[in-house]
Design a protein around this ligand. Structure first.
Ligand code: BG6
Length: 487
């Protein structure tokens, strides 16, 4: 199943090469691609950061990160050494002149693909871009990769876009939203646009509502300082949930090419209606049973008066022909009962049922797309209960768990970062956010956040390990609905 499509050779510079993201995701991801045989033998990976160290010391840091974070992989003995040989280290000062010429020497500049990964605070994007430019390292074909948070509102996102635009063309900028790299997220597009079954029904005439849930069991952990300034809206909704919503709601693009796909996503964001205050529920988690291990949100972030939300549920409407009248319910939170991300497309009931058994089957189809864990798709259908009891109806899932359908190789699918980094090298921007998309997403979320601030909105407490505040259930109940169980 796992076909490895080779990529052209490259020089990849990772600014923030010793940082958390590099150690947890980027370098282990590259290692796994190396194990899969996808990294060309003469490719180079250069870690760049402020500290002084030699290549050996850097390789040691990377070796540790790979051992800790690359998970189960199919690598033979000695492979790690092979990977480490591709690595070198450059000490550069993003805000000064130190190290830039050395970095330039490390790159081969022989026409191969060059990519710069800005795994640093957004405040440094401009400094790094400016120096790359000044030292003649920006070529028309080089690529730059940036991470979220891409701004904290429309204004700051615009400024970041303008800063990058001074040095790079939009076609060179890869804004990562790692949810787009997840296997099943891409499958959303395959399912919708690769089958004749779904698309004719994919509208408000047949779909009652859609639920998008991204539940996590973790709390804010050691990221309290960052998180408390963001909250679930900025950290998850503005990017990850919004991207999922776009893929579900967008019109079929004319082809699977970066701008065709992103044009359609942008239209979805622009069609989002402003959200009414009573259509949003914010929550903050309480302490778990073991308070030392699982303190409450405010203790975790070290601010006893914090008004930042670690949970959000909202009802969202799209003002366009396809979706008017079909609400989207979004929900995401930390310290919930299970780690589970799911999109459930709930179809309308039958216009008329010919069966007398009204008690059992619901006469309602549900297409549930499980993003993680246990990637797969189920379709609830109503059938006759087997046996002689007459025409009694039951709902059963038509279950396609990918690992079962496709074999064990998909049990360990490439991590989102692996896929996205390889897409950067291939020059494929389809799974990356365009500047106008990010700005449109902020333009929609800004007034919601501003409303909370103006009203001094205080999040509702919710139980650790539960399904969020009771007000989130009431949000659904008002529409005669219930949330899908988080399992
Ligand atoms: C990140 C958020 O973007 O996504 C985190 O900053 C969150 O707060 C994470 O935990 C979730 O990603 P995943 O891949 O574990 O679902």
């Amino acid at each position: 199943v796992s076909r490895v499509i080779p990529v052209d050779t490259f020089d990849l510079v990772i600014f923030g090469g010793t940082g958390d993201l590099a150690r947890r995701k980027i370098l282990p991801g590259l290692f796994r691609r190396f194990c899969a045989g996808q990294i060309p033998s003469d490719a180079r990976i250069i870690g760049a950061a402020r500290g002084e160290m030699d290549n050996d010391a850097y390789r040691e840091i990377v070796a540790e990160a790979v051992r800790e974070f690359s998970g189960s992989h199919h690598c033979e003995d000695g492979t790690l050494e092979g990977f480490l040989e591709k690595l070198s280290y450059a000490h550069v000062d993003a805000r000064g002149e130190d190290g830039w010429e050395t970095l330039k020497q490390l790159m081969s500049r022989d026409g191969r693909i060059e990519a710069f990964y800005f795994s640093v605070a957004p405040g440094l994007f401009g400094d790094i871009a400016k120096r790359l430019h000044a030292h003649g390292m920006v070529s028309p074909t080089c690529r730059v990769v940036v991470e979220k948070p891409f701004g904290r509102d429309l204004q700051s996102a615009r400024e970041l876009n303008q800063t990058l635009a001074q040095h790079f063309d939009e076609s060179q900028i890869y804004r990562i939203d790692h949810y787009l790299g997840k296997e099943t997220v891409q499958n959303l597009m395959a399912v919708r646009f690769g089958n004749v079954l779904f698309e004719p029904l994919w509208n408000s005439q047949y779909i009652d509502h859609i639920q998008i849930t991204v539940a996590e069991t973790v709390g804010v952990g050691g990221r309290g300082e960052y998180y408390d300034r963001s909250g679930a809206m900025r950290d998850m909704v503005q990017n990850h949930l919004m991207q999922l919503l776009c893929l579900i709601a967008m019109e079929p693009p004319a082809k699977f090419d970066p701008d065709a796909v992103r044009d359609e996503k942008l239209k979805v964001i622009r069609a989002l209606e402003p959200v009414m205050p009573h259509h949003v529920v914010r929550g903050q988690y309480m302490a778990g049973e073991d308070e030392d291990a699982h303190p409450d949100y405010r203790t975790a972030v070290g601010d006893p008066r914090s008004k930042t939300e670690s949970f959000i549920a909202m009802k969202v409407n799209l003002a366009n022909w396809r979706w008017a009248g079909t609400p989207f319910y979004l929900r995401t939170g930390k310290r919930m009962s299970a780690r589970s991300s799911e999109i459930a497309v709930v179809f309308k009931p039958l216009p008329h049922t010919i069966f007398e058994d009204v008690e059992h089957g619901t006469n309602r189809n549900v297409l549930a797309i499980q993003l993680q864990p246990n990637e797969g798709i189920t379709m609830d259908v109503t059938i006759k209960e087997p046996g002689p009891g007459g025409m009694r109806l039951i709902d059963v899932p038509l279950d396609m768990t990918f690992a079962e359908a496709l074999g064990p190789e998909v049990e360990d699918p490439p991590d989102a970062y692996e896929r996205l980094i390889m897409d950067v090298i291939r020059g494929n921007q389809t799974l990356f956010m365009r500047g106008d998309e990010v700005e449109a997403a902020w333009a929609w979320t800004d007034p919601i956040i501003a409303g909370w601030e103006a009203r001094g909105d205080v999040p509702k407490p919710y139980e650790s390990g539960g399904s969020g505040p009771v007000e989130a259930d009431q949000l659904m109940a008002r529409d005669g609905l219930i949330w899908r169980e988080i399992t």
